[in-house]
Ligand binder design. Structure first.
Ligand code: HEC
Ligand code: HEC
Length: 176
């Protein structure tokens, strides 16, 4: 590399570094809804979370082992991935016939988060930035997660009794 090229290279590196440091600082700055497009690094749940409409197949097939998670908790691409992998679904076989799978996928995709701008598609709600932020050590004592009534962070209804209706409002939280 010539000296000239190396200088350009170093300048670019300095700019990238500065951006890398500046961006998280901006995001951490504020937690109010809707202020930044990139809130929670763009991994934000949809608004509103209520089921705009229900789908009886979804209610029936997706509530056998856990609550039927509201579609707005994840982006469309996450639902596509989850629905494509039901044969190996968190250690369970949750496969459906092609027709039901198609109908449920369409329902989930069309009601997915409308505020997710990051190019990510986690398979778990509990992996999303918005979830981690709302359920971090600042908000919830870590001992709660060991409570036998909670068992797993995926067990939303342990603390949000109205979770299945998409109601996670703070006034309806009941800590076990
Ligand atoms: C045979 C049981 C079973 C059925 C049926 C089932 N699941 Fe699951 N699902 C699981 C298990 C087990 C987990 C892991 C939960 C945990 O870690 O506590 C899980 C986790 C999930 C998660 C991630 C939750 C988190 O941790 O953030 C999503 C999303 C999900 N399931 C969606 C669905 C959808 C959509 C359907 C219907 C098509 C479905 N599930 C049907 C067993 C099932
Ligand atoms: C151990 C109890 C507990 C479990 C389990 C739990 N939450 Fe929460 N959740 C809370 C608490 C406490 C808050 C309020 C945090 C705060 O102070 O901002 C909260 C906040 C939220 C919020 C934000 C509400 C608002 O108005 O800002 C959403 C959405 C949410 N939880 C969804 C979920 C989902 C989805 C699950 C399951 C995948 C889940 N929670 C599991 C305790 C829990």
């Amino acid at each position: 590399m010539s000296i000239y090229n190396r200088k350009i290279f170093q300048a670019i590196a300095v700019v990238l570094l500065a951006l890398g440091v500046a961006l998280p600082a901006v995001q951490a700055d504020d937690d109010r809804d809707g202020k930044y497009v990139g809130k929670y690094g763009g991994e934000n749940r949809g608004k509103p979370l209520q089921l705009g409409q229900t789908n009886s197949k979804f209610q029936q097939e997706c509530s056998a082992c856990h609550i039927a998670y509201v579609p707005g908790l994840l982006p469309a691409e996450s639902w596509r991935r989850i629905m494509a992998g039901l044969g190996k679904h968190f250690g369970s076989n949750a496969s459906l016939d092609a027709e039901d799978s198609k109908e449920i996928t369409a329902f989930l995709v069309s009601n997915a988060s409308n505020r997710w701008s990051a190019p990510t598609a986690p398979l778990q709600i509990t992996e999303a930035n918005w979830f981690r932020r709302k359920h971090g050590e600042r908000e919830i004592r870590s001992s709660i997660w060991k409570n036998p009534h909670v068992k797993s962070p995926s067990n939303c209804a342990a603390c949000h009794p109205q979770a299945e209706r998409g109601d996670f409002s703070e006034r309806n939280i009941r800590m076990p």
